[in-house]
Design a protein around this ligand. Structure first.
Ligand code: ADP
Ligand code: GLC
Length: 497
């Protein structure tokens, strides 16, 4: 199949979170399964520093937005990890040559509607100009949710694009691309689509809703989250729309890029290790303590959390339980950025406990690797988690996760119970209710297990043995694409690629 991916971030060109990691790996996994893949992405400022060569194609494409025509200059780069996959980068410096991807200093860019309407339209105009004739177009999150809408409306009869199957993946329902109705003119769609069954949402425009309504299939990034978003508790007011489309919705777990996240050859680490050579992990732990200027205390465990410091990630539970956490005597390191009030509160906790707690405010990939490798226990008290990658990285790095049993955390971590411990299948600890006491109780169980060396080793190894590769998930996407794919062959009148 010829598959075209449309998204707003992909490693190594641009990343704010897990979406970037996933889009950096998924196309390569589908190519490995025998398909032709390409990807369209904005050319942000960060792409110049990706380490991958970017080349101009000389192609300039006119993109209709808001009744005028805006220019997309098309650049190309190889998709890392593929033989022939191409990343087509849409260059428009006025829109994308900025410090951030979606905003700066906690605020969104005021013209985000324009920026991502342009991207969604550019995906199709670029595909047409290049003659890509995809059989399946796979869009991700609200930033490209208009792609399936356009394919079913404006491009329905286009010889190269019309009839292409469409898949929309929701990586996080909390972000929906909601804009005031006066932006409607930008979309280039007839006003008749501004209705409660399509793009209208409480008197505003909701791009994600448009994608949900028009895509042939909808996926999210874990089976549990696919069920959760059908309920008011997790549905962010779109649960009704999703229930109407539930027969087309499924959950496919994310994999991880196991070349980048491999403790046996990770260049960021002080020492390398694997399930049979765990002494390297002990060296990573000591090196991390030195790096953080924490006392070298092999008799106490090192706990960590890496991630966005937002309510999604349960940072309020962490703060509420912080005194209890400190009382366990464990060392704690937090790396992240997010809500200023959470950043302040965490920094204040670190100041209060200088020999026990470190809070690093910033985005630092090499350090994220060193923390994953050097800690004993990884904390993920997320209130909701569509999939989550950090628990997968943790398990791969022999760091045992303590998680709130929700979404992808429920689907990827096998919680320790008498049965799973006996069977040797347990890979972590989980709590059911998002309350600080429940979190501390699960942490208490983890700390007790940590003091039993043999038991801990089994937990560590079971996590390291988990297959988090993309293989299975790629097969699931392939099956789904097969259900919607346009028949092979370039339709008459379409230029060849
Ligand atoms: P989400 O996409 O919701 O933020 P995921 O667990 O899916 O959560 O992915 C988060 C990704 O971002 C991981 O690769 C994680 O290591 C990375 N990350 C998050 N915060 C930081 C940070 N402060 N420094 C380095 N990497 C980070
Ligand atoms: C989102 C989710 C996260 C998921 C990631 C990649 O950012 O919050 O749970 O792992 O997307 O799919």
């Amino acid at each position: 199949m010829r598959i075209l991916y449309a998204c707003s971030e992909a490693v190594p060109f641009a990343k704010t979170g897990g979406l970037g990691d996933v889009m950096g790996a998924l196309p390569a996994a589908l190519e490995a399964a025998g398909h032709e893949v390409s990807l369209v992405l904005p050319l942000y400022r960060s792409a110049w520093g990706s380490g991958v060569a970017l080349a101009p194609t000389g192609l300039r494409v006119a993109v209709p937005v808001g009744g005028r025509s805006m220019e997309a200059e098309v650049w190309r780069a190889a998709i890392p990890g593929t033989r022939s996959g191409t990343c087509w980068l849409v260059r428009n410096d006025a829109l994308y040559d900025r410090e951030g991807l979606y905003g700066e200093e906690g605020g969104d860019y005021a013209d985000n509607c324009l920026r991502f309407v342009f991207l969604s339209r550019a995906v199709l105009e670029v595909a047409r100009a290049l003659g890509l004739a995809p059989q399946v177009v796979h869009a991700h999150d609200w930033q490209t949710a208009l792609v399936p809408v356009y394919l079913k409306t404006i491009y329905r009869d286009d010889p190269g694009l019309g009839g292409a199957g469409t898949v929309l993946t929701i990586h996080n329902l909390a972000f929906q691309g909601v804009f005031w109705h006066l932006d409607w003119g930008l979309l280039g769609l007839d006003w008749s689509h501004y209705n409660w069954q399509e793009l209208e949402f409480y008197q505003r425009i909701c791009l994600l809703k448009g994608g949900i309504v028009h895509a042939d299939r909808i996926t999210t990034v874990s089976p549990s989250y696919a069920r959760e978003i059908l309920t008011p508790r997790f549905g962010f007011s779109l649960d009704g729309v999703l229930r109407d489309r539930a027969h087309l919705l499924s959950g496919i777990l994310n994999g991880i890029d196991d070349a980048t996240w491999d403790p046996s050859r990770d260049p960021h680490l002080a020492a390398r290790f694997d399930r049979d050579r765990l002494d390297g992990k002990a060296r990573c732990r000591e090196a991390l303590r030195r790096e953080l200027d924490l006392p070298s205390r092999p008799d106490i465990p090192l706990l960590s959390l890496v991630g966005r410091l937002t309510d999604q990630k349960g940072i309020d539970l962490l703060l509420e339980g912080f005194d209890g956490l400190v009382q366990t005597g464990a060392q704690v390191v937090v790396l992240g950025t997010g809500y200023p009030e959470f950043e302040r509160a965490l920094a204040e906790r670190a100041e209060r406990h200088p020999r026990q707690v470190r809070v690093l405010l910033g985005f630092d990939e090499p350090r994220a690797h060193r923390i994953e490798a050097g800690s004993d226990i990884f904390l993920m008290p997320s209130r909701f988690e569509p999939c989550g990658l950090n628990q997968l990285y943790s398990m791969r790095y022999g760091t045992v996760p303590v998680v709130h049993a929700t979404g992808g955390l429920r689907d990827t971590v096998v919680p320790a119970t008498p049965d799973t411990l006996r069977a040797g299948t347990a890979t972590g600890f989980a709590f059911e209710e998002p309350r600080a006491e429940a979190f501390l109780e699960a942490l208490g169980q983890a700390l007790a297990a940590w003091s039993d060396r043999r038991l801990w080793r089994r937990l560590v190894r079971a996590g390291m043995d988990r297959d988090s590769s993309w293989r299975q998930s790629a097969a699931a996407y392939q099956a789904l694409y097969g259900q919607v794919s346009r028949p092979n062959g370039h339709p008459p009148g379409a230029p060849g690629p």
